[in-house]
Design a protein around this ligand. Structure first.
Ligand code: MC0
Length: 146
């Protein structure tokens, strides 16, 4: 069951400048940063609020580490902006299988590693009314480990 908006992924050309915009404009502070080489991103997670399922909702700022990554290709075509939305679930395996059975393309056979040790998969944007959609099961320690 999808129980929260885990994060909204925002593609940017310069992570440090974008982090500074969100801090100066809204007062959002960085909760966590990491490089995910498999996904080709350097990212900053800004925690917005805790959620009633024990998780949290974040803004995820994404700078590509290489031009041929998903975010690099998307930025070259579209410029900066909202790249994807992510729903949180306690069971990314079960929920992705159930969604696949409904005819939506799930991009990975098995969930991969996402931010803060989470397990993630993606749904094809062409099957989701133009929205690249991610499913996330957070690591148990995610709320405190940064
Ligand atoms: C591509 N398309 C999108 C889109 N990316 N539509 C909406 N939102 C997006 N973000 C559209 C294109 O405009 C194009 O439509 C069509 O999909 C094919 O795109 P493409 O440019 O030819 O690129 P592909 O097919 O090579 O790749 C698209 C695909 C890819 C969604 C399969 O980006 C992918 O595998 N994404 C999942 C991984 C990902 O995004 N990682 C970065 C975040 P037209 O009409 O022009 O044909 S990593 C992350 O977020 C992790 C760290 C985490 O959360 O923990």
């Amino acid at each position: 069951m999808l129980t929260r908006i885990d994060h909204i992924g925002i593609a940017c050309f310069d992570l440090d400048k974008t982090v500074e915009f969100y801090r100066a404009t809204y007062g959002f502070e960085v909760f966590h940063t990491e490089v995910n080489e498999e996904q080709g991103v350097r990212e900053a997670m800004l925690k917005i609020n805790e959620t009633s399922d024990g998780g949290a909702s974040y803004l995820q700022l994404l700078e590509p580490t290489r031009e041929d990554s998903a975010v690099g290709k998307w930025l070259a075509k579209n410029g900066e902006g909202v790249h994807h939305i992510a729903f949180g679930t306690a069971d990314v395996d079960g929920d992705s299988e159930a969604i696949r059975d409904k005819g939506v393309r799930v991009l990975y056979d098995q969930p991969r590693t996402g931010s803060m040790g989470s397990r993630i998969t993606f749904l094809h944007p062409k099957d989701c009314h133009g929205v690249l959609t991610e499913l996330v099961t957070a690591a148990p320690s995610a709320a405190t480990d940064h």
